[in-house]
Design a binder for this molecule. Structure first.
Ligand SMILES: Nc1nc2c(c(=O)[nH]1)N[C@H]1C(S)=C(S)[C@@H](COP(=O)(O)OP(=O)(O)OC[C@H]3O[C@@H](n4cnc5c(=O)[nH]c(N)nc54)[C@H](O)[C@@H]3O)O[C@H]1N2
Ligand SMILES: Nc1nc2c(c(=O)[nH]1)N[C@H]1C(S)=C(S)[C@@H](COP(=O)(O)OP(=O)(O)OC[C@H]3O[C@@H](n4cnc5c(=O)[nH]c(N)nc54)[C@H](O)[C@@H]3O)O[C@H]1N2
Ligand code: SF4
Ligand SMILES: [Mo]
Length: 723
């Protein structure tokens, strides 16, 4: 008998509805669910391959412990969990709480059990050395929103379905399927802009797959976006196109003054964009019936990432497109994470600083780029133990060699991970969780970033295998051994303790039910009252459409006095001063940027055979002029050298990349794990982060500037390619 399960895909932010047909315990077919109101039947190759992750023979089935011979050997859960708790306890007793650090990787975002329980586990450790993948990704935007709106969870999204003009800066949703912006059916939605007569302009050093759906593509030099955006803002003031209600925002005059020196002419050399193009884009943006600017990884992972993210939102506010249909809107998700974040004191910036480099915390987490400094620098608070939950910093963070060396020197490293990848390879203990299809799924975070208000909860497709544990169970059991999980909020912790004693222990599902009941569509705790509860949501197999985004979110989400947007935070103005001094900096070196492909996902989907098929997609892309100047032809082996390392790659000539810019895919460098990731290990693609530099950070947020790396590229004498 076959059965079809409907489920939200957990692999990326698009939240596609999948229809998974299972026959006798095996997946027979995976299709897009045409009845999913959000994704409308859309699916990508990763969603179709989701079952291969569960069946992967390299997936761990038992915990691993490093033996005296230095090898990882299978162990029982009791043995492994006891050991982890004992070692963490010992290190903290001897050296203090901060001597144990924790790093939360990207997949925790797509796993509500891990997301909620890692919050509690982090607090249980009572360490200030907490890090997450946002400091390799979204923190510039989170900080910009903290400064503008007073809350890192106040993240408005572009109203893609209704806008007349989309200005997209450093994002490639055709490959990534969107980020900090959840939009099922990405292609349909983005192509829809042009189809309804709107404009869609992509600003990117590469003419991307997304640019093919746009009405215009503009090349920009990596890292120069702030200058470009300030020039757009300059033109708005210059041409008297600023339309902002004083009740909505304050600081307009400071922005005017700050933008004054940034004439389109002054920034043209730095950006590579002609003054004429800059003026035209500003004018067209401001005169569209509605318009919205949006930026993502390309905008964030640069030295002025926070200012760039700020300027993007400022452009929206100054043109009257903030909190308005067709512009920027705050979603109303079924679970209000803002409330939770405030209760748990997540919201905040600079409340403490990292010990060695003095980098600020944001949302209670420190920039991971400095973790090796914290491990290698002696003194009180030196990190000696590390817990990695669903992360691979040895590939995802800048300067991999440094991470590898620092992690190898740890007294104790535990990874909660289904694979022995580049980071887990260095661990003393590896704790493997169940596969995603063996657990229920609710994309609680992404529903707060969606272009329509939606709610969806999916049941597990398969029962979990006997003796296996979900991520949250692993975290809960470790928490128990360390004296009990705690959220660090007195009332919450008391309720959890009382309930546990009464035989109702905390589970992700119980927490979801409470959060849904308390949310904006919730039933509360009054029996028979209308509204969402977990049970009721379960009945909606294809998900629940809660309607289009609505204006008015400013009053709910902006936390500054009178709900007014603060356009001119002093931190930002100071950065703009600093930037002014660099406008004339000559750039001789080639500038290296990363890229994503739809069949890949950060560093960990390369072990899926069907996704690795097809022609090689990992070459160094280089413009024909730059190649000619170096005697390089397509297929040649080249050496790429930065301030921190050298890698070899094949070269591929393409005019889809701007002259002066080269590109490598991010997330590779698997040759070193060829015995434990046997499919991924066959790829000889180099590791991009062997070249990135942990010293190059966005000043305000401490986020690694992983793009725009100065490199030299030379034709290699030898023909062998190594990772
Ligand atoms: N140069 C460069 N570097 C980058 C980027 C870039 O564009 N350029 N992008 C950055 C970005 S945006 C991000 S988000 C980071 C990501 O950085 P990380 O989160 O550190 O790395 P991932 O590659 O996502 O690795 C995820 C790990 O989690 C494991 N995993 C997968 N599913 C689960 C699960 O359900 N439970 C558990 N416990 N483990 C699981 C995988 O096996 C893998 O080891 O990388 C960043 N690094
Ligand atoms: N298939 C796939 N999907 C993914 C992922 C994946 O690895 N693979 N990763 C997921 C994650 S964790 C994230 S955060 C999102 C990221 O989602 P996106 O940000 O949409 O993805 P990227 O492909 O990194 O797009 C960044 C774009 O910025 C450009 N760029 C680089 N430097 C600059 C610059 O200085 N200025 C400008 N203007 N542009 C620049 C790049 O050429 C690239 O086109 O994708 C998510 N989805
Ligand atoms: S686009 Fe993202 S959510 Fe949709 S099927 Fe692909 S990986 Fe899954
Ligand atoms: Mo990311």
């Amino acid at each position: 008998m076959s059965q079809t399960h409907f489920r939200t895909c957990h692999l990326c932010e698009a939240m596609c509805g999948l229809a998974i047909t299972v026959h006798e315990g095996q997946i027979r077919e995976i299709r897009g669910d045409p009845d999913d109101p959000f994704s409308r039947g859309h699916i990508c190759p990763k969603g179709a391959a989701i079952g291969e992750l569960r069946d992967d023979p390299d997936r761990l089935e038992t915990p691993l412990i490093r033996g005296r011979d230095g090898r990882l050997r299978p162990a029982t859960w009791e043995e492994a969990l006891d050991l982890v708790a004992r070692r963490i306890g010992q290190i903290q007793v001897e050296h203090g709480h901060d001597a144990v650090a924790i790093y939360l990787g990207n997949p925790t975002v797509h796993n509500h059990g891990a997301l909620l329980f890692s919050q509690a586990f982090t607090r249980t450790l009572r360490t200030r050395n907490r890090y997450d993948a946002n400091s390799l990704d979204a923190n510039p935007r989170l900080l910009a929103c903290t400064l503008l709106y007073g809350d890192p969870t106040a993240l408005p999204v572009p109203d893609i379905d209704r806008t007349d003009y989309l200005l997209m800066i450093g994002a490639n949703p055709a490959a990534s399927n969107g980020s900090l912006l959840s939009m099922g059916d990405v292609k349909g939605r983005l192509k829809g802009i042009k189809a309804r007569g709107g404009r869609f302009v992509v600003v990117d050093p590469r003419r991307t797959e997304t640019a093919d759906w746009a009405t215009e593509h503009v090349f920009i030099r990596p890292g120069s976006d702030t200058a470009f955006l300030m020039a757009l803002i300059h033109v708005l003031f210059d041409e008297k196109r600023v339309r902002v209600d004083v009740a909505v925002a304050e600081g307009v005059e400071h922005v005017r003054a700050a933008a004054a020196p940034y004439t389109p002419e002054a920034v043209a050399t730095l950006t590579g964009i002609s003054a004429e193009t800059t003026r035209r884009i500003a004018t067209e943006f401001a005169s569209s019936a509605s318009a919205v600017a949006y930026g993502r990884v390309g905008a964030c992972l640069q030295e002025y990432g926070t200012v760039t993210s700020w300027a993007i939102d400022v452009l929206n506010v100054l043109t009257g497109n903030f909190d308005r249909e067709g512009g920027l809107l705050f979603p109303e998700a079924p679970i209000d994470l803002g409330v939770l974040a405030r209760r748990l004191s997540v919201a905040g910036y600079g409340r403490w600083r990292s010990r060695v480099r003095g980098l600020p915390e944001l949302t209670g987490l420190l920039p991971v780029a400095t973790l090796p400094d914290e491990i290698e620098t002696p003194g009180a608070g030196q990190v000696r133990g590390l817990v990695v939950v669903a992360g691979n910093p040895v590939r995802s963070a800048p300067n991999s060699a440094r991470f590898e060396k620092a992690f190898s020197s740890l007294d104790f490293l535990v990874c909660i991970d289904p694979y022995v990848g580049e980071t887990a390879r260095l661990a003393h203990v590896v704790l493997p969780p169940t596969d995603a299809l063996e657990r229920p799924h609710m994309a609680i975070l992404l529903q707060s970033l969606a272009v329509r208000n939606i709610a969806r909860y999916s049941e597990a497709v398969f029962p979990k295998k006997p003796g296996s544990k979900h991520d949250w169970e692993i975290l809960a059991e470790l928490g128990d051994r360390l004296g009990g999980l705690r959220f660090g909020h007195k009332a919450v912790d008391r309720i959890v303790a009382l309930a546990t004693r009464a035989g109702v222990p905390l589970t992700p599902e119980r927490l979801l039910d409470v959060l849904l009941r308390l949310g904006p569509y919730g039933a509360g705790f009054i029996p028979f009252r209308k509204g969402l509860t977990l049970e009721r949501l379960k009945a909606d197999k294809h998900g629940k459409d809660l309607g289009p985004l609505r204006p008015g979110g400013r009053l709910r989400r902006v936390r500054h006095p009178n709900h007014r947007v603060q356009l001119a935070p002093p931190e930002i103005l100071a950065e703009l001063e600093r930037l002014l001094g660099t406008l004339e900096t000559p750039r001789d070196a080639l500038s290296l940027i990363g890229r994503r492909h739809v069949r890949s996902n950060n560093s960990w989907l390369h072990n899926v055979p069907s996704l690795m098929k097809g022609k090689d997609r990992t070459a160094l892309w280089i413009h024909p002029n730059d190649a000619a100047a170096r005697g390089i032809a397509t297929g040649d082996t080249v050496e790429i050298t930065s301030a921190v390392g050298t890698v070899t790659s094949r070269a591929e000539l393409t005019d889809s990349i701007m002259a002066g810019v080269v590109s490598l895919p991010h997330g590779y460098g698997h040759a070193i794990v060829k015995d434990t990731l046997r499919v991924a290990g066959r790829s000889d693609a180099p590791n991009l982060n062997a070249l990135t530099d942990a010293r190059r950070l966005d000043h305000l947020s401490g986020t690694a500037a992983l793009n725009g790396i100065a490199v030299t590229v030379t034709r290699s004498a030898s023909e062998s390619v190594t990772a």
